[in-house]
Design a protein around this ligand. Structure first.
Ligand code: GRF
Length: 203
């Protein structure tokens, strides 16, 4: 399945997806990366791995609708069948999300439905939870609210701070996201209303 990744920054999850998809047996092919930030570190990483990149900034467009329409047009040019958000730090318009609903996935650095939004690791530390993690989910118009595809849990250690905890979760993200994209691209999970529906697993 032709997959385009949307990023805004570092691109480490993007790199994990590109590396997994480099295996010819992987059911998704990363055909392009779109960034809304001209200076995103991930752009250079994608280019160095031979993936086409495109910068589409909000500032270059008159409205949020026009920005997302430009992204949609670029997705069409790439022939995208799947969109994977990987640290894309901008809320997409309802119109765009509804068009791609069921074909667009995101990774969030917390065990949803806990800790939607930003600063998940500091908030997890403040809450004193002992298990934290990450979630891959279908994107719906409400932020970090779509049907869950896969989750990975990590322990919160007693001497953790934000850097140590976020690094542990990030390592889990880099394993989880390729796994979830694989399940989706090979048709073993689909969006079914408020839940994900799974099929095709051996007993
Ligand atoms: C990740 O923690 C991801 O879960 C969140 O934003 C961060 C992006 O990091 N949505 P990277 O750009 O993939 O390195």
């Amino acid at each position: 399945k032709r997959t385009v990744i949307l990023i805004s920054g570092r691109g480490s999850n993007m790199a994990a997806l590109i590396d997994a998809a480099a295996d010819p047996a992987f059911p998704a092919e990363i055909v392009g990366v779109i960034s809304d930030q001209a200076n995103a570190l991930g752009l250079g990483i994608a280019a160095s791995r031979g993936v086409a990149t495109k910068v589409i900034t909000r500032a270059d467009h008159a409205s949020k609708d026009a920005h997302d329409a430009a992204i949609d047009a670029a997705l069409a040019t790439f022939g995208a069948e799947i969109v994977a958000l990987a640290g894309y730090m901008r809320l997409l318009t309802t119109e765009f999300v509804e068009k791609w609903q069921g074909r667009m996935i995101n990774i969030h650095p917390a065990l949803l439905p806990s800790f939607k939004g930003l600063d998940t690791h500091s908030r997890a530390l403040d809450a004193g939870i002992r298990v934290h993690g990450c979630t891959v989910h279908f994107v719906t118009p409400a932020m970090d609210d779509g049907p869950i595809i896969a989750q990975a849990a990590v322990p919160v250690l007693i001497d953790d701070d934000e850097p140590t905890l976020s690094a542990r979760v990030l390592r889990a993200e880099h394993r989880l996201y390729p796994l979830a994209l694989k399940l989706f691209a090979e048709g073993k999970v689909r969006m079914d209303g408020r839940r994900s529906a799974f099929s095709g697993f051996a007993e």
